[in-house]
Write a protein that binds this ligand. Structure first.
Ligand SMILES: Cc1cc2nc3c(=O)[nH]c(=O)nc-3n(C[C@H](O)[C@H](O)[C@H](O)COP(=O)(O)O)c2cc1C
Length: 261
């Protein structure tokens, strides 16, 4: 049976409208689930950085939430290093990317080597509490440019604010097998026990080209990612930034001095 051109156009339009409604309803309907899953993934990365979860351990939603019970989120005002109680953000769903891009919550970053153009006024820092309720570790957010992408992750520091307990990246677009080796558990394990700051409290940890010695005798250097010198340099640059005075250096200093007092 021959159909008219008008019929075919009407039919195609109807199919398009039905599909568009289906796809957009699915996107809207799943939005909450996506936000929840992103928050869980971030929590899992914080657990992995701090050693509360093994690097390749897969945890259920309930296990992540149960282990995360000993982790306290605090909001830090980046430019002062002060902990703030009344920041206009929801720590559970906070996205540092969205905040940096927003006119109210973001600002233009000072000159830096980490390729960071905008920063969020507020950063969420995670304190891992011991059985006595005291802070055992501080997990700070890190971000910076590699070769192809901005890498987002966490650096876990001992409560002395210099001994590194672990590192994880939860988002990046570096090449698998090259810059993407930032996700390799073996490489990440090389960070543990090294020192973020030198004896004068200047950021010191750096990813070198080639191999570093053991943490006990070569505390400020980590093995380079082979074939990925640019990503490796990006990791060093972001360490310098986030441990430094325009990053979370002021917060870490205040925390350290508060522990002594
Ligand atoms: C397809 C392709 C993907 C690459 N991906 C990365 C990468 O993710 N990170 C990186 O630092 N270098 C990457 N490189 C290599 C860089 O272009 C550059 O050669 C390298 O960083 C130099 O490191 P090397 O001195 O260790 O060889 C890639 C190269 C190619 C051809």
């Amino acid at each position: 049976m021959q159909r008219s051109v008008g019929y075919i156009i009407m039919f195609a339009t109807l199919i398009c409208v039905v599909c568009a409604v289906l796809v957009s309803s699915a996107a809207v309907g799943l939005k909450d689930r996506q936000v929840e899953n992103q928050a869980l993934d971030k929590q899992l990365n914080i657990l992995r950085a701090s050693g509360l979860a093994l690097p390749t351990e897969q945890l259920s939603r309930e296990e992540i939430q149960s282990r995360f019970a000993t982790v306290k989120a605090v909001v830090v005002e980046l430019q002062t290093g002060n902990v703030v109680e009344d920041a206009p953000i929801d720590v559970a769903t906070f996205s540092v990317q969205k905040a940096a891009g927003s006119p109210d919550l973001g600002y233009v970053a000072p000159d830096n080597n980490a390729g960071i153009s905008r920063l969020s006024k507020y950063q969420v820092v995670y304190q891992v509490l011991g059985e006595d309720g005291g802070v055992q570790m501080v997990v700070i957010p890190i971000k910076g440019y590699g070769l192809w992408s901005t890498l987002y992750g966490f650096l876990a520091l001992d409560r002395d604010t210099t001994t590194i307990r672990g590192i994880t990246y939860y988002q990046h677009g570096e090449t698998p097998g090259l810059g993407g080796e930032v996700d390799n558990p073996l490489w990440k394990s090389m960070w543990t026990g090294r020192k973020a700051y030198d004896e004068n409290w200047a950021p010191a940890i750096t990813v070198i080209k080639g191999q570093a010695g053991p943490a006990s005798s070569d505390p400020y250097r980590v093995d380079g990612l082979s074939g990925a010198t640019i990503t490796s340099r990006g990791v060093s640059n972001m360490m310098e930034f986030w441990l430094g005075e325009n990053g979370l250096g002021p917060y870490l200093k205040a925390f350290r001095e508060g522990q002594k007092g």
